[in-house]
Write a protein that binds this ligand. Structure first.
Ligand code: NAD
Length: 488
């Protein structure tokens, strides 16, 4: 087991390069979702803690914004090396606090490292634009500048990747950062702060304040916080977007999802099932890009039979065991909500062709739930419309691709969608008409890489500029225009 300094008892906040105790009076336990073992205790920090962190970040900003861009990039290169050196350790820590399988956690660390790789390109990314001769003897130039202090609020399901979507690029662009990690997976954030400091980040450039909504509100309302980057569930994303925007801040708020996977009659059944099983059941379905609604076009009986067989064969257990694919959900309270959805699906008349509740009884220690499949779900049902965020597939039937596309169009969410087919015409139609921002063609988890925007649509995103890629650079910088006359 990884032993993390300063995390054994109540976790500390990281403010101005120091590990400091929170002023908050409440704490929460951080149990391992697979075993129930308490890994740490997290403070529910106060507004006062936020104020201290923002003050430290504001002071650090005065010098950090003037630190030459290549020098900032060099710290990111060092951070990149340290993260790679600690790849296994970080992945194990993710398994412990989040519960996902080691292989998934290893992939998550890799995805995080790629964000640092992208941010280390700051000297190129931060370049402006010029045009000589906008009028006679007059030129125009655009320079990019950082905004100031950025607040980052992150979810439990990617404790490494999501913070790394945010602070490396923000800091590379010359901003300073206050991170509020999920109170359900807070340990990794402290390890990231340690490694970032080891890489040479000056005090106050990255601060971590643990806690829940008081910390979030403290960031949303603080006048020295210039932008908010949020990732989490839909109601909270909307709330964060509205409150931060009302306070004049720039906001990007990434939200919930219901991702449809269309299985066309010509799809390779074995391959489609492999991708759907990995997408729907990997990380216990707790991914914003997880397949949660399958749309079977045509008869589909061979596909449905194979999906059920493969679900029956899944190995369920602790993510540290190599062969395990299906791991526990984050908390027992979350599992209770999922059980309510299963009840609701039965009441609404969907056919429960695989009931994951039976494995729950066999595995008492962690928050386990077996793979669950509803067939003959209709688009009006709650289990078709809402994000369940668990190993539950809602399967809808469609006569043709048009009907499948209509289901996607009707969904309030638009994060991802996938089609399984070899038919070029169907692929093109899907690409042109699917009403979602990240599409997969025979790809189970079409999550974008760090150099492209993570591009959710509809209620899966509130704001204009997405995280990562050029959108991320634009989000974390403001532009200054210079118009110069030379015949003076
Ligand atoms: P969550 O909304 O419960 O929590 C996210 C953050 O918001 C946490 O830091 C939490 O402390 C804070 N928070 C929670 N309730 C709050 C409140 N009432 N007021 C202020 N702050 C509050 O989300 P979660 O359960 O940790 O994460 C899972 C959700 O995140 C899913 O809906 C998933 O789809 C979404 N997600 C989306 C993306 C994406 O790219 N769109 C990526 C990852 C996760």
């Amino acid at each position: 087991m990884t032993v993390i300094k300063n995390q054994t008892n109540v976790l500390k906040n990281y403010i101005n390069g120091q590990w400091v105790e929170s002023n908050g009076t409440n704490t929460l336990e951080v149990p391992n979702p697979a075993t129930g073992e308490v890994l740490a205790t997290v403070p529910v920090s106060s507004k006062e803690d936020v104020d201290q962190a923002v003050q430290a970040a504001s002071e650090a900003f005065r010098t950090w914004k003037n630190t030459p861009v290549p020098k900032r990039a060099r710290i990111l290169f060092k951070f990149h090396t340290l993260l790679s050196d600690h790849h296994d350790e970080l992945a194990k820590l993710i398994v412990q606090e989040n519960g996902k399988a080691f292989k998934e956690a290893h992939g998550e660390v890799q995805r995080g490292i790629e964000c640092v790789e992208f941010a280390a390109g700051a000297p190129t990314l931060m370049m402006g634009e010029t045009l000589s001769g906008i009028a006679e003897d007059i030129d125009s130039e655009m320079f990019r500048y950082p905004l100031g202090v950025i607040g980052g609020i992150t979810p439990f399901n990617f404790p490494m990747m999501v913070p790394l979507w945010m602070f490396p690029l923000a800091v590379a662009c010359g901003n300073t950062f206050v991170l509020k990690p999920s109170e359900r997976t807070p340990m990794l954030a402290n390890r990231l702060a340690e490694l970032f400091t080891q890489a040479g980040a000056p005090a106050g450039v990255l601060n971590v304040v643990h806690g829940a909504h008081d910390v979030v509100n403290g960031l949303l309302d603080h006048e020295d916080v210039k932008a908010i980057s949020f990732v989490g569930s839909q109601p909270v994303a909307k709330y964060v977007y509205e409150r931060a925007a009302a306070n004049g801040k720039r906001v990007q708020a990434l939200s919930g999802a219901k991702n449809h996977h269309i299985v066309m009659p010509d799809a390779d059944v074995a391959k489609a099932v492999t991708h759907i099983v990995a997408s729907a059941y990997g990380s216990a379905g707790q991914r914003c890009m997880a397949c949660s609604a399958v749309v079977v076009v045509g008869d589909g009986e061979a596909f449905v039979r194979e999906l059920k067989t493969r679900a029956d064969e899944l190995i369920i257990g602790n993510g540290l065991d190599d062969e395990v694919l299906l791991t526990p959900v984050i908390r027992d309270s979350h599992r209770s909500k999922v059980l309510d959805y299963i009840e609701k699906g039965v009441e609404e008349g969907a056919s429960l062709i695989r009931d994951g509740r039976k494995e729950m009884d066999e595995m008492q220690d962690g928050n386990f739930l077996g793979p669950t499949i509803f067939d003959h779900v209709t688009p009006e049902m709650i289990i078709a419309k809402e994000e369940i965020f668990a190993p539950v597939i809602s399967m809808l039937r469609a006569e043709d691709l048009d009907e499948g596309l209509e289901y996607i169009r009707k969904s309030r969410y638009g994060n991802g969608a996938t089609i399984y087919t070899k038919d070029a015409k169907a692929v093109r139609k899907f690409r042109e008409e699917a009403d979602a921002g990240m599409l997969g063609i025979n790809v189970g988890v079409p999550a974008t890489m760090a150099f492209f925007p993570f591009s959710g649509w509809k209620d899966s995103f509130y704001g204009d500029l997405h995280v990562n890629g050029k959108d991320g650079v634009n989000f974390f910088t403001r532009k200054k225009m210079i118009t110069s006359r030379y015949d003076f």
